[in-house]
Design a protein around this ligand. Sequence first.
Ligand code: DQA
Length: 151
Amino acid sequence: MPDAKPIYVLNGPNLNLLGTREPHIYGHITLAEIEQACAARAAQLGRTIVFRQSNIEGELVNWLQEAKDKAAAIVLNAGAYTHTSVALHDAIKAIGVPVIETHLSNPAAREEFRHVSLVGQAAKGVIAGFGATSYLLAVEAAALIAQESQT
Ligand code: DQA
């Protein structure tokens, strides 16, 4: 598909610190390494990615809005905003592009405050708990969903 839209892979707060951040939970892989692996998996599936990270909630909202016309699907690891952000929830609902909520860890098996996901209540589905592999599974899901809807 030469005109296939890219998959947006959006990352929220503190994910820029991967590699050194609580490695017993998140592993030693860096966000740059995850980006490379996502790009490679997307290429195998005939897709490109747009990969970004921000610590700022509003910037993530802007990128979701940008993705409305530009992205085939969105892989979103909103970090802690997953559990708190009505703004991200509303943006996901507003754009009509399928969002795959993605996490390295499994929030359901962690502290109680991580059990609520406002992102998940608007997302198409959730992939969590597989470390960096969660991203690859999410890219794969995004590509398949996009293929089905021919975007
Ligand atoms: C996370 C899980 C969140 O609860 C946490 O706030 C993060 C990372 C994950 O990928 O496992 O920042 O999204």
